[in-house]
Design a protein around this ligand. Structure first.
Ligand code: 1CP
Length: 398
Protein backbone atom coordinates (compact mmCIF):
# COMPACT_ATOMS: atom_id res chain seq x y z
CA UNK A 1 0.00 0.00 0.00
CA UNK A 2 1.51 3.38 -1.01
CA UNK A 3 2.12 5.83 1.83
CA UNK A 4 -1.10 7.91 1.78
CA UNK A 5 0.52 11.01 3.27
CA UNK A 6 3.24 10.94 0.60
CA UNK A 7 0.57 10.52 -2.09
CA UNK A 8 -1.35 13.53 -0.81
CA UNK A 9 1.84 15.58 -0.54
CA UNK A 10 2.39 14.88 -4.24
CA UNK A 11 -0.95 16.47 -5.13
CA UNK A 12 -1.19 19.23 -2.56
CA UNK A 13 -0.10 21.88 -5.06
CA UNK A 14 -2.32 20.62 -7.88
CA UNK A 15 -4.84 23.16 -9.27
CA UNK A 16 -7.74 21.00 -8.04
CA UNK A 17 -6.60 20.79 -4.39
CA UNK A 18 -5.54 24.44 -4.32
CA UNK A 19 -8.90 25.54 -5.77
CA UNK A 20 -10.74 23.45 -3.15
CA UNK A 21 -8.80 25.41 -0.55
CA UNK A 22 -9.40 28.77 -2.26
CA UNK A 23 -5.65 29.20 -2.88
CA UNK A 24 -4.30 30.88 -6.03
CA UNK A 25 -3.28 28.59 -8.88
CA UNK A 26 -2.71 28.80 -12.63
CA UNK A 27 -6.02 27.85 -14.17
CA UNK A 28 -9.50 26.66 -13.27
CA UNK A 29 -9.42 22.90 -12.56
CA UNK A 30 -12.07 20.72 -14.17
CA UNK A 31 -13.43 17.21 -13.74
CA UNK A 32 -16.81 15.70 -14.61
CA UNK A 33 -19.20 13.82 -12.37
CA UNK A 34 -19.67 10.35 -13.92
CA UNK A 35 -16.65 10.96 -16.13
CA UNK A 36 -16.10 7.20 -16.20
CA UNK A 37 -18.98 5.33 -17.78
CA UNK A 38 -21.12 4.76 -20.78
CA UNK A 39 -20.07 7.82 -22.78
CA UNK A 40 -16.72 6.07 -23.33
CA UNK A 41 -16.42 3.24 -25.89
CA UNK A 42 -13.55 1.78 -23.86
CA UNK A 43 -15.84 1.58 -20.80
CA UNK A 44 -18.60 -0.08 -22.82
CA UNK A 45 -16.01 -2.58 -24.09
CA UNK A 46 -15.14 -3.52 -20.48
CA UNK A 47 -18.85 -3.77 -19.61
CA UNK A 48 -19.49 -6.14 -22.53
CA UNK A 49 -17.29 -8.68 -20.79
CA UNK A 50 -18.00 -7.86 -17.11
CA UNK A 51 -21.03 -6.90 -15.04
CA UNK A 52 -21.05 -3.52 -13.29
CA UNK A 53 -20.49 -5.15 -9.90
CA UNK A 54 -17.66 -7.29 -11.28
CA UNK A 55 -15.93 -4.12 -12.45
CA UNK A 56 -16.33 -2.46 -9.05
CA UNK A 57 -15.01 -5.48 -7.17
CA UNK A 58 -12.05 -6.31 -9.44
CA UNK A 59 -9.31 -3.81 -8.58
CA UNK A 60 -7.55 -4.00 -11.96
CA UNK A 61 -10.84 -3.34 -13.81
CA UNK A 62 -12.07 -0.62 -11.46
CA UNK A 63 -8.68 1.11 -11.67
CA UNK A 64 -8.70 0.82 -15.46
CA UNK A 65 -12.12 2.47 -15.89
CA UNK A 66 -11.17 5.18 -13.37
CA UNK A 67 -8.13 5.96 -15.53
CA UNK A 68 -9.99 5.96 -18.86
CA UNK A 69 -11.35 9.52 -18.52
CA UNK A 70 -7.97 10.77 -17.25
CA UNK A 71 -6.36 9.61 -20.50
CA UNK A 72 -9.16 10.90 -22.71
CA UNK A 73 -10.06 14.24 -21.23
CA UNK A 74 -7.03 15.62 -19.41
CA UNK A 75 -9.19 16.34 -16.35
CA UNK A 76 -7.60 17.61 -13.13
CA UNK A 77 -8.99 14.92 -10.81
CA UNK A 78 -9.96 11.27 -10.92
CA UNK A 79 -12.97 9.85 -9.11
CA UNK A 80 -12.90 6.30 -7.85
CA UNK A 81 -15.04 3.98 -9.96
CA UNK A 82 -17.59 2.55 -7.56
CA UNK A 83 -21.16 3.39 -6.60
CA UNK A 84 -22.84 5.16 -3.72
CA UNK A 85 -24.64 1.94 -2.73
CA UNK A 86 -21.46 -0.22 -2.71
CA UNK A 87 -20.94 0.07 1.10
CA UNK A 88 -24.55 -0.80 2.00
CA UNK A 89 -24.49 -3.64 -0.53
CA UNK A 90 -21.42 -4.99 1.33
CA UNK A 91 -23.51 -5.11 4.52
CA UNK A 92 -25.63 -7.82 2.91
CA UNK A 93 -28.78 -5.75 2.52
CA UNK A 94 -29.63 -7.34 -0.83
CA UNK A 95 -28.71 -4.24 -2.86
CA UNK A 96 -27.89 -4.84 -6.52
CA UNK A 97 -27.35 -2.45 -9.44
CA UNK A 98 -29.59 -3.30 -12.37
CA UNK A 99 -28.38 -2.14 -15.79
CA UNK A 100 -30.46 0.76 -17.05
CA UNK A 101 -32.26 1.10 -13.69
CA UNK A 102 -29.79 1.75 -10.89
CA UNK A 103 -29.72 0.41 -7.35
CA UNK A 104 -32.49 -2.06 -6.45
CA UNK A 105 -33.11 -3.35 -2.91
CA UNK A 106 -34.67 -6.79 -2.51
CA UNK A 107 -36.01 -6.18 1.02
CA UNK A 108 -36.53 -2.46 1.61
CA UNK A 109 -36.18 -0.90 5.06
CA UNK A 110 -39.48 0.53 6.27
CA UNK A 111 -39.74 0.04 10.05
CA UNK A 112 -37.67 -0.03 13.23
CA UNK A 113 -37.25 -3.86 13.17
CA UNK A 114 -35.67 -3.60 9.69
CA UNK A 115 -32.80 -1.60 11.19
CA UNK A 116 -31.52 -4.78 12.86
CA UNK A 117 -30.30 -5.77 9.40
CA UNK A 118 -27.90 -2.81 9.38
CA UNK A 119 -24.55 -3.07 11.09
CA UNK A 120 -21.31 -1.12 11.25
CA UNK A 121 -19.15 -1.12 8.14
CA UNK A 122 -15.63 -2.51 8.57
CA UNK A 123 -14.10 -1.18 5.33
CA UNK A 124 -10.91 -3.27 5.47
CA UNK A 125 -12.86 -6.54 5.66
CA UNK A 126 -16.15 -5.50 3.97
CA UNK A 127 -14.63 -3.63 1.01
CA UNK A 128 -11.06 -4.94 0.61
CA UNK A 129 -11.23 -4.87 -3.19
CA UNK A 130 -12.45 -1.25 -3.32
CA UNK A 131 -9.58 -0.18 -1.06
CA UNK A 132 -7.14 -2.18 -3.17
CA UNK A 133 -8.44 -0.20 -6.18
CA UNK A 134 -7.56 2.99 -4.32
CA UNK A 135 -4.07 1.61 -3.63
CA UNK A 136 -3.53 0.78 -7.30
CA UNK A 137 -4.81 4.16 -8.41
CA UNK A 138 -2.88 6.43 -6.09
CA UNK A 139 0.34 4.61 -6.98
CA UNK A 140 0.08 5.71 -10.59
CA UNK A 141 -2.34 8.64 -10.93
CA UNK A 142 -0.90 11.93 -12.20
CA UNK A 143 -3.83 13.82 -10.61
CA UNK A 144 -5.54 13.69 -7.19
CA UNK A 145 -8.06 10.93 -6.52
CA UNK A 146 -11.49 11.90 -5.21
CA UNK A 147 -13.03 9.35 -2.86
CA UNK A 148 -16.79 9.50 -2.48
CA UNK A 149 -19.86 8.20 -0.70
CA UNK A 150 -23.61 8.69 -0.76
CA UNK A 151 -25.03 10.89 1.98
CA UNK A 152 -27.51 9.34 4.45
CA UNK A 153 -30.65 10.86 2.89
CA UNK A 154 -29.86 9.67 -0.63
CA UNK A 155 -28.84 6.17 0.51
CA UNK A 156 -31.92 5.99 2.76
CA UNK A 157 -34.10 6.86 -0.23
CA UNK A 158 -32.90 3.74 -2.10
CA UNK A 159 -33.16 1.50 0.96
CA UNK A 160 -36.70 2.66 1.77
CA UNK A 161 -38.12 2.95 -1.75
CA UNK A 162 -36.45 -0.27 -2.92
CA UNK A 163 -35.02 1.49 -5.99
CA UNK A 164 -34.95 4.82 -7.83
CA UNK A 165 -37.97 7.04 -7.16
CA UNK A 166 -39.50 10.23 -8.51
CA UNK A 167 -41.53 11.34 -5.52
CA UNK A 168 -39.68 9.83 -2.53
CA UNK A 169 -43.16 9.25 -1.07
CA UNK A 170 -42.22 6.27 1.12
CA UNK A 171 -39.02 7.97 2.24
CA UNK A 172 -40.84 11.11 3.28
CA UNK A 173 -43.68 9.10 4.83
CA UNK A 174 -41.21 7.36 7.16
CA UNK A 175 -39.48 10.68 7.88
CA UNK A 176 -42.72 12.43 8.84
CA UNK A 177 -44.52 9.49 10.50
CA UNK A 178 -41.77 7.89 12.54
CA UNK A 179 -39.06 10.40 13.31
CA UNK A 180 -37.31 8.09 15.77
CA UNK A 181 -36.81 5.32 13.22
CA UNK A 182 -35.81 7.93 10.65
CA UNK A 183 -33.05 9.43 12.79
CA UNK A 184 -31.84 6.02 13.91
CA UNK A 185 -31.59 4.92 10.25
CA UNK A 186 -29.77 8.09 9.16
CA UNK A 187 -27.48 7.81 12.15
CA UNK A 188 -26.48 4.27 11.16
CA UNK A 189 -26.00 5.32 7.53
CA UNK A 190 -23.88 8.30 8.60
CA UNK A 191 -21.58 5.86 10.42
CA UNK A 192 -21.32 3.64 7.33
CA UNK A 193 -20.57 6.64 5.11
CA UNK A 194 -17.99 8.09 7.48
CA UNK A 195 -16.20 4.74 7.81
CA UNK A 196 -16.13 4.32 4.04
CA UNK A 197 -14.78 7.85 3.40
CA UNK A 198 -12.16 7.64 6.15
CA UNK A 199 -10.91 4.35 4.70
CA UNK A 200 -10.61 5.83 1.19
CA UNK A 201 -8.58 8.73 2.60
CA UNK A 202 -6.46 6.33 4.70
CA UNK A 203 -5.57 4.62 1.42
CA UNK A 204 -4.56 7.86 -0.29
CA UNK A 205 -7.63 9.69 -1.66
CA UNK A 206 -6.78 13.42 -1.75
CA UNK A 207 -10.34 14.75 -1.45
CA UNK A 208 -13.84 13.39 -0.88
CA UNK A 209 -17.23 14.16 -2.34
CA UNK A 210 -20.41 13.47 -0.41
CA UNK A 211 -23.22 12.88 -2.90
CA UNK A 212 -26.60 13.86 -1.48
CA UNK A 213 -27.99 13.61 -4.97
CA UNK A 214 -31.67 13.58 -4.06
CA UNK A 215 -31.71 15.99 -1.08
CA UNK A 216 -33.20 18.62 -3.40
CA UNK A 217 -36.54 16.85 -2.92
CA UNK A 218 -36.73 18.49 0.54
CA UNK A 219 -37.61 22.01 1.69
CA UNK A 220 -34.89 23.88 3.57
CA UNK A 221 -36.76 23.45 6.86
CA UNK A 222 -37.13 19.69 6.42
CA UNK A 223 -33.54 19.36 5.24
CA UNK A 224 -32.36 21.24 8.33
CA UNK A 225 -34.40 19.08 10.68
CA UNK A 226 -34.19 15.60 9.18
CA UNK A 227 -30.94 15.52 7.21
CA UNK A 228 -28.44 18.24 8.06
CA UNK A 229 -27.37 16.89 11.49
CA UNK A 230 -26.41 13.55 9.95
CA UNK A 231 -24.45 14.99 7.03
CA UNK A 232 -22.82 17.39 9.48
CA UNK A 233 -21.64 14.45 11.58
CA UNK A 234 -19.93 12.98 8.54
CA UNK A 235 -18.23 16.25 7.60
CA UNK A 236 -17.09 16.81 11.19
CA UNK A 237 -15.85 13.23 11.38
CA UNK A 238 -13.57 13.93 8.41
CA UNK A 239 -12.16 17.20 9.67
CA UNK A 240 -8.99 15.78 11.27
CA UNK A 241 -8.01 14.16 7.94
CA UNK A 242 -7.52 17.61 6.41
CA UNK A 243 -8.68 16.70 2.92
CA UNK A 244 -11.14 18.92 1.01
CA UNK A 245 -14.76 17.85 1.47
CA UNK A 246 -17.14 18.51 -1.44
CA UNK A 247 -20.90 18.39 -0.82
CA UNK A 248 -23.19 17.98 -3.84
CA UNK A 249 -26.86 17.47 -4.60
CA UNK A 250 -29.19 17.88 -7.58
CA UNK A 251 -31.82 20.66 -7.53
CA UNK A 252 -30.43 21.90 -4.23
CA UNK A 253 -30.48 25.61 -5.14
CA UNK A 254 -32.52 26.38 -2.01
CA UNK A 255 -30.22 24.24 0.17
CA UNK A 256 -26.80 25.55 -0.85
CA UNK A 257 -26.30 27.63 2.29
CA UNK A 258 -27.32 24.73 4.53
CA UNK A 259 -25.13 22.27 2.64
CA UNK A 260 -22.18 24.58 3.25
CA UNK A 261 -23.17 24.80 6.92
CA UNK A 262 -22.96 21.02 7.12
CA UNK A 263 -19.20 21.55 7.04
CA UNK A 264 -18.22 21.39 3.38
CA UNK A 265 -15.07 22.99 1.96
CA UNK A 266 -16.67 23.10 -1.50
CA UNK A 267 -20.36 23.03 -2.43
CA UNK A 268 -21.53 21.65 -5.78
CA UNK A 269 -24.08 23.71 -7.70
CA UNK A 270 -26.37 22.14 -10.30
CA UNK A 271 -27.33 23.93 -13.53
CA UNK A 272 -30.73 25.16 -12.36
CA UNK A 273 -29.12 28.02 -10.43
CA UNK A 274 -26.98 30.57 -12.30
CA UNK A 275 -23.51 30.01 -10.89
CA UNK A 276 -23.07 33.62 -9.75
CA UNK A 277 -26.31 33.30 -7.75
CA UNK A 278 -25.22 29.91 -6.38
CA UNK A 279 -21.97 31.56 -5.31
CA UNK A 280 -23.88 34.23 -3.39
CA UNK A 281 -25.72 31.53 -1.43
CA UNK A 282 -22.48 29.85 -0.32
CA UNK A 283 -20.66 31.57 2.54
CA UNK A 284 -17.24 33.13 1.91
CA UNK A 285 -14.47 30.72 2.82
CA UNK A 286 -16.32 27.83 1.17
CA UNK A 287 -15.53 27.05 -2.47
CA UNK A 288 -17.95 26.17 -5.29
CA UNK A 289 -18.13 23.58 -8.05
CA UNK A 290 -20.16 23.44 -11.23
CA UNK A 291 -22.31 23.95 -13.15
CA UNK A 292 -22.60 23.34 -16.91
CA UNK A 293 -25.93 21.74 -17.83
CA UNK A 294 -24.99 18.14 -18.84
CA UNK A 295 -27.40 18.13 -21.81
CA UNK A 296 -25.60 21.17 -23.29
CA UNK A 297 -22.76 18.74 -24.12
CA UNK A 298 -25.13 17.26 -26.71
CA UNK A 299 -25.50 20.62 -28.51
CA UNK A 300 -23.47 22.01 -31.46
CA UNK A 301 -19.99 23.02 -30.34
CA UNK A 302 -20.67 26.79 -30.67
CA UNK A 303 -23.37 26.56 -28.02
CA UNK A 304 -21.25 24.36 -25.77
CA UNK A 305 -18.40 26.84 -25.95
CA UNK A 306 -20.63 29.82 -25.23
CA UNK A 307 -22.08 28.07 -22.19
CA UNK A 308 -18.66 26.99 -20.89
CA UNK A 309 -17.46 30.58 -21.13
CA UNK A 310 -20.62 31.73 -19.40
CA UNK A 311 -19.97 29.39 -16.45
CA UNK A 312 -16.42 30.76 -16.21
CA UNK A 313 -17.69 34.34 -16.43
CA UNK A 314 -20.22 33.71 -13.69
CA UNK A 315 -17.47 32.25 -11.52
CA UNK A 316 -15.81 35.65 -11.87
CA UNK A 317 -12.23 34.36 -11.99
CA UNK A 318 -12.36 33.40 -8.32
CA UNK A 319 -9.65 30.95 -7.22
CA UNK A 320 -12.13 28.79 -5.30
CA UNK A 321 -14.04 27.58 -8.38
CA UNK A 322 -13.85 23.99 -9.63
CA UNK A 323 -15.41 23.57 -13.07
CA UNK A 324 -17.79 20.62 -13.42
CA UNK A 325 -21.12 19.74 -14.93
CA UNK A 326 -24.25 20.45 -12.90
CA UNK A 327 -24.76 16.66 -12.68
CA UNK A 328 -23.33 13.52 -14.29
CA UNK A 329 -22.14 13.04 -17.88
CA UNK A 330 -25.03 11.76 -20.02
CA UNK A 331 -24.30 8.45 -21.80
CA UNK A 332 -24.99 10.01 -25.25
CA UNK A 333 -22.21 12.59 -24.78
CA UNK A 334 -19.45 12.68 -27.39
CA UNK A 335 -16.16 12.26 -25.46
CA UNK A 336 -14.53 14.64 -27.95
CA UNK A 337 -16.79 17.42 -26.67
CA UNK A 338 -15.71 16.81 -23.06
CA UNK A 339 -12.04 16.90 -24.12
CA UNK A 340 -12.63 20.24 -25.86
CA UNK A 341 -14.42 21.61 -22.78
CA UNK A 342 -11.34 20.79 -20.70
CA UNK A 343 -9.18 22.69 -23.20
CA UNK A 344 -11.42 25.75 -23.13
CA UNK A 345 -11.61 25.77 -19.33
CA UNK A 346 -7.85 25.50 -19.01
CA UNK A 347 -7.27 28.20 -21.62
CA UNK A 348 -10.00 30.65 -20.66
CA UNK A 349 -9.96 29.89 -16.97
CA UNK A 350 -6.54 31.28 -16.25
CA UNK A 351 -7.00 32.75 -12.81
CA UNK A 352 -6.54 36.48 -12.89
CA UNK A 353 -4.23 38.27 -10.49
CA UNK A 354 -6.22 40.11 -7.82
CA UNK A 355 -7.02 43.58 -9.16
CA UNK A 356 -6.23 42.64 -12.76
CA UNK A 357 -8.58 44.01 -15.35
CA UNK A 358 -11.52 41.75 -16.05
CA UNK A 359 -11.64 40.97 -19.78
CA UNK A 360 -14.49 42.76 -21.46
CA UNK A 361 -16.95 41.38 -23.98
CA UNK A 362 -15.14 43.31 -26.73
CA UNK A 363 -11.83 41.71 -25.73
CA UNK A 364 -13.41 38.32 -25.97
CA UNK A 365 -13.37 37.60 -22.24
CA UNK A 366 -16.16 37.11 -19.76
CA UNK A 367 -18.22 39.47 -17.66
CA UNK A 368 -17.29 38.99 -14.02
CA UNK A 369 -20.90 39.09 -12.89
CA UNK A 370 -22.10 37.01 -15.76
CA UNK A 371 -25.05 39.36 -15.71
CA UNK A 372 -25.10 40.50 -19.27
CA UNK A 373 -23.73 40.25 -22.80
CA UNK A 374 -20.48 38.31 -22.57
CA UNK A 375 -18.84 37.36 -25.93
CA UNK A 376 -20.59 35.83 -28.92
CA UNK A 377 -24.05 36.13 -27.49
CA UNK A 378 -26.24 33.08 -27.72
CA UNK A 379 -28.78 33.59 -30.54
CA UNK A 380 -32.14 34.86 -29.36
CA UNK A 381 -35.30 32.88 -30.23
CA UNK A 382 -35.97 35.49 -32.95
CA UNK A 383 -32.49 34.94 -34.46
CA UNK A 384 -33.10 31.22 -34.50
CA UNK A 385 -36.45 31.61 -36.24
CA UNK A 386 -34.97 34.01 -38.79
CA UNK A 387 -32.10 31.64 -39.52
CA UNK A 388 -34.52 28.77 -39.93
CA UNK A 389 -36.97 30.69 -42.13
CA UNK A 390 -35.50 29.80 -45.58
CA UNK A 391 -35.35 26.14 -44.59
CA UNK A 392 -38.91 26.20 -43.25
CA UNK A 393 -40.12 27.83 -46.52
CA UNK A 394 -38.32 25.13 -48.50
CA UNK A 395 -39.88 22.42 -46.39
CA UNK A 396 -43.36 23.89 -46.90
CA UNK A 397 -42.85 23.92 -50.67
CA UNK A 398 -41.69 20.27 -50.71
O1 1CP B 1 -24.61 0.12 -16.60
C1 1CP B 1 -23.63 0.63 -16.02
O2 1CP B 1 -22.49 0.60 -16.50
C2 1CP B 1 -23.91 1.23 -14.70
C3 1CP B 1 -24.21 2.70 -14.73
C4 1CP B 1 -23.57 3.28 -13.50
C5 1CP B 1 -22.29 3.85 -13.42
C6 1CP B 1 -21.28 4.03 -14.52
C7 1CP B 1 -24.12 3.28 -12.20
C8 1CP B 1 -25.40 2.74 -11.78
N1 1CP B 1 -23.19 3.85 -11.34
C9 1CP B 1 -22.08 4.21 -12.05
C10 1CP B 1 -20.80 4.76 -11.52
C11 1CP B 1 -20.87 5.79 -10.52
N2 1CP B 1 -21.93 6.06 -9.70
C12 1CP B 1 -19.79 6.63 -10.17
C13 1CP B 1 -18.42 6.44 -10.78
C14 1CP B 1 -17.45 7.40 -10.93
C15 1CP B 1 -17.67 8.55 -11.91
O3 1CP B 1 -18.38 9.52 -11.55
O4 1CP B 1 -17.04 8.52 -12.97
C16 1CP B 1 -20.26 7.47 -9.16
C17 1CP B 1 -19.51 8.60 -8.45
C18 1CP B 1 -21.59 7.10 -8.87
C19 1CP B 1 -22.39 7.70 -7.82
C20 1CP B 1 -23.85 7.49 -7.84
N3 1CP B 1 -24.55 6.33 -8.04
C21 1CP B 1 -24.77 8.49 -7.52
C22 1CP B 1 -24.39 9.87 -7.14
C23 1CP B 1 -24.08 10.65 -8.34
C24 1CP B 1 -25.31 11.15 -9.07
O5 1CP B 1 -25.45 10.79 -10.22
O6 1CP B 1 -26.07 11.90 -8.45
C25 1CP B 1 -26.05 7.94 -7.56
C26 1CP B 1 -27.38 8.62 -7.30
C27 1CP B 1 -25.91 6.58 -7.90
C28 1CP B 1 -26.97 5.56 -8.02
C29 1CP B 1 -26.96 4.97 -9.35
N4 1CP B 1 -26.04 4.03 -9.73
C30 1CP B 1 -26.24 3.68 -11.04
C31 1CP B 1 -27.35 4.45 -11.52
C32 1CP B 1 -27.92 4.37 -12.89
C33 1CP B 1 -27.76 5.27 -10.44
C34 1CP B 1 -28.87 6.33 -10.47
C35 1CP B 1 -30.21 5.70 -10.35
C36 1CP B 1 -31.31 6.72 -10.03
O7 1CP B 1 -31.70 7.47 -10.94
O8 1CP B 1 -31.75 6.76 -8.87
Amino acid sequence: MPDPAAVRARHVDSPFIRACRGLPHDTVPVWFMRQAGRALAEYRAVRERHSFEEVIHTPELAAEVTLQPIRRYGVDAAILFSDIVTPVAALGLGVTIEPGVGPVVAHPIRRMEDLDRLRRLEPESDLPDVLETVDLLVAELPVPLIGFAGAPFTIASYLIEGGPSRSYARTKALMFQDELTWHRLLDLLAEVTLASLRAQVAHGASAVQLFDSWAGALSPADYARYVLPHSQRIMEGLEDLEVPRIHFGVATGELLTLMAQAGADVVGVDWRVPLAEGRRRIPEGVGFQGNLEPAVCLAPWELVETRVRDVLAQAGGRPDHVFNLGHGVLPATDPGVLARIVEVVHEEGKVREPGAEVPTAAAGGGDADGADGARPAEPTPTDVLEQAAPRLRRLRRE
